[in-house]
Design a protein around this ligand. Structure first.
Ligand code: MG
Length: 171
């Protein structure tokens, strides 16, 4: 192995990326929470925790960026402790792992796919809350909403997230 390869394997990268995906099914009679924000709607997202599909995808993106175990491994749905849990708890744990690894969030981008409700009117509030949870300015949080045209998934909410983290020990 030559010197160049050795250095590449031992040096801590200046930046790393992470990707997260999640989906949850809509159910009648439960509260809808997306990005840590409660939205007025007649249906909410099922799940063992509060069903916050966006925070779950962000959590997995953060964990993936530092090659940590995923959300299901850290917070197993089989554990009654997480029943009805605020998903901000999961995100905070993932963020701590990023920080302990010596990194900070540079920015995230996300796509939400759901038939209803319309996200546009709530996008500012969701971005603000996600930015607050991540400790970044709101202009470092991208949020795009799409309808699931042609997917036959009107009863499902899907979130895709990518995150960029950067080393904190660089000047
Ligand atoms: Mg989930």
């Amino acid at each position: 192995m030559n010197r160049e390869n050795t250095n590449r394997q031992t040096a801590k990268p200046a930046i790393r990326i992470g990707h997260g995906f999640d989906s949850h099914e809509f159910h009648d009679g439960i509260q809808l929470k997306i990005g840590g924000v409660v939205l007025a709607h007649h249906r909410g997202l099922g799940g063992h925790s509060d069903g916050d599909v966006l925070l779950h995808a962000i959590t997995d993106a953060l964990l993936g960026a530092v090659a940590a175990p995923d959300i299901g491994a850290l917070f197993p749905p089989s554990d009654p402790k997480w029943k009805g849990a605020d998903s901000a708890v999961f995100l905070r744990e993932a963020l701590q792992r990023v920080e302990h690894a010596g990194y900070a969030v540079a920015n995230i981008d996300s796509s939400l796919i759901l038939a209803a409700p319309k996200i546009g009117p709530h996008a500012g509030k969701i971005r603000d809350r996600v930015a607050e949870l991540l400790g970044v300015p709101a202009d470092c949080v991208g949020l795009k909403a799409k309808t699931p045209e042609g997917l036959n998934l009107d009863n499902t909410a899907i979130a895709h997230v990518v995150v960029l983290i950067e080393r904190t020990d660089r000047t």
